[in-house]
Design a protein around this ligand. Structure first.
Ligand code: CIZ
Length: 363
C-alpha cells in the first residue's frame, strides 16, 4: 500500500511538493526534526531544521528530542542517527536507495579477512587500530568498536588519528584511501609509510616487509565524485584566473590536495569561503550541490565560486532524496504511518556506538 502511495508522489511537480512539505512540517511540529547534509540538492536542503556535515548532524541526532528524525542524506547517516538517538526515536531515510558508493567499497567480510591476514604478520590487537570513516556501514563501525577502534569524519580525522597513534603504532583506515593519506601526510607521515590494501588480493597485494613498515594501511576505496578532480583542472583554471584560491575536500587525490591552498571538510570549506574577503575567486573541489549553493549565497559579496571539474557531476546517491520522497515520508507520518525506518540491530548498534562515542569524546 505504501509503495502505491509513493508511486503517486513521484509524479508530483516540485512546486506542489514544497508547499505540502511545509504544511506537513507544521502539523508534525516538535515531533519532527529534518537533518540535511550539505551535499543535498537545494529543493530538499531548504527544509532542513539543521544542516551540517555528518559530524555536526550526528551530534544533532544525539541531542534531538524529536520523535521522528528524517535524514536527508544517505543510508549510513540515518544509521548513525538511529544508533545515537534514544530507542523510542525513529530514524527515517526518505529514499532507501540513497547510499554511498564509497561506503560500499568496504564490507564486513573483507575487513574481517584483512584483519586476519594482518594478524598473520603483526599482532593486530596490540599494534593496529581499526579506524573507519563515518561513510561506512554500521557493522564496520561495530567492528571498530569491538577491536578498540574508532570512527572519524573529514572534520576530525587528524584528531582521531592522533588518538589512535597514542594507543597503537599502526592504523587500518577504511574505506577512503584519500582521506587517510591526505590526513596522514598533514601529520608528517611519509607517503611510503602509507600503503594501499587492495581488498581483492591476498594480503592486500602487499609483501610482509611493506605491512611491517607501514604506519597507515589504506583501504583501496574512493569517492567517485572527488576522484574526478585532477591537477590539470587546477592548472587550467589558474592559467586563466591566476588570483584564484583553490580549496579541496580531503576525499580528493593527494596530488590535488597538494596543489590546493586549503584542504578540509565541507564545514571547513563553507567557513573558509564565508570568511574570505569580498571579490575573491574560488575553485572548489567538492560535491556540486554545495559548490552551487555557495556560489549563490556569496554572489552578492562579489565572490566568484567555481566547481573544480569541467565535467559537471553530482553524487548520484546523494541526489536520491528528492522533494517527492521527502513529502511522501512526511505525509505518511501525518497519517501516523512510519515508512522507510532505518533500524540498526541492537548488538551491532551497541558496538558501533562505542566507536562513535570514542570519536565524539575526542572531537
Ligand atoms: O563528513 C561528511 O559529512 C562528509 C561525507 C563530508 C564532509 O566533509 O562533510
Amino acid at each position: 500500500m505504501a509503495v502505491n502511495a509513493l508511486a503517486t508522489y513521484v509524479l508530483l511537480d516540485d512546486d506542489d511538493c514544497q508547499q505540502r512539505i511545509a504544511q506537513a512540517k507544521q502539523i508534525l511540529g516538535k515531533d519532527l526534526v529534518i537533518l540535511g547534509h550539505h551535499y543535498q540538492r537545494e529543493e530538499v536542503f531548504t527544509h532542513a531544521d539543521f544542516a551540517g556535515d555528518s559530524l555536526k548532524l550526528a551530534r544533532e541526532a544525539a541531542q534531538s528530542q524529536a520523535k521522528y528524525i528524517v535524514f536527508c542524506g544517505v543510508h549510513f547517516m540515518a544509521e548513525v542517527a538511529d544508533i545515537l538517538s534514544r530507542p523510542e526515536q525513529v530514524s527515517i531515510l526518505p529514499d532507501l536507495a540513497a547510499g554511498c558508493s564509497m561506503a560500499d567499497m568496504a564490507n564486513l567480510a573483507k575487513v574481517e579477512k584483512a584483519w586476519q591476514e594482518l594478524n598473520q604478520v603483526l599482532n593486530v590487537e596490540n599494534t593496529v587500530t581499526p579506524m573507519t570513516y563515518i561513510n561506512s556501514a554500521a557493522d564496520l563501525k561495530a567492528f571498530c568498536g569491538r577491536h578498540g577502534g574508532v570512527v572519524c569524519t573529514s572534520s576530525n580525522a587528524k584528531y582521531v588519528l592522533d588518538w589512535a597513534f597514542e594507543r597503537r603504532e599502526k592504523v587500518l583506515f577504511f574505506p577512503d584511501q584519500h582521506l587517510g593519506r591526505n590526513t596522514g601526510a598533514t601529520m608528517g607521515i611519509p607517503l611510503e609509510d602509507m600503503v594501499v590494501w587492495d581488498f581483492d588480493k591476498p594480503y592486500g597485494g602487499l609483501e610482509q616487509p611493506q605491512i611491517k613498515q607501514a604506519k597507515i594501511i589504506l583501504w583501496k576505496g574512493f569517492c567517485s565524485v572527488h576522484q574526478l578532480f585532477q591537477t590539470k583542472h587546477i592548472d587550467d583554471f589558474l592559467a586563466k584566473y591566476p588570483e584564484t584560491k583553490v580549496i579541496s575536500h580531503p576525499e580528493s587525490s593527494y596530488e590535488v590536495c597538494q596543489k590546493s591552498d586549503y584542504v578540509g571538510s565541507t564545514e571547513y570549506i563553507i567557513k573558509t569561503i564565508k570568511e574570505a574577503p569580498n571579490n575573491t575567486r574560488w575553485l572548489v573541489g567538492t560535491e556540486l550541490n554545495l559548490v552551487e549553493r555557495l556560489a549563490q549565497q556569496y554572489k552578492h559579496q562579489g565572490k566568484s565560486i567555481h566547481f573544480m571539474s569541467p565535467t559537471l557531476c553530482k553524487c548520484s546517491t546523494m541526489f536520491r532524496i528528492d522533494p517527492q520522497h521527502l513529502l511522501w515520508v512526511l505525509e505518511q507520518l501525518v497519517e501516523g504511518k512510519v515508512v522507510n525506518r532505518i533500524t540498526v540491530p541492537a548488538t551491532v548498534a551497541k558496538e558501533a556506538k562505542l566507536a562513535l562515542q570514542r570519536m565524539l569524546d575526542i572531537f
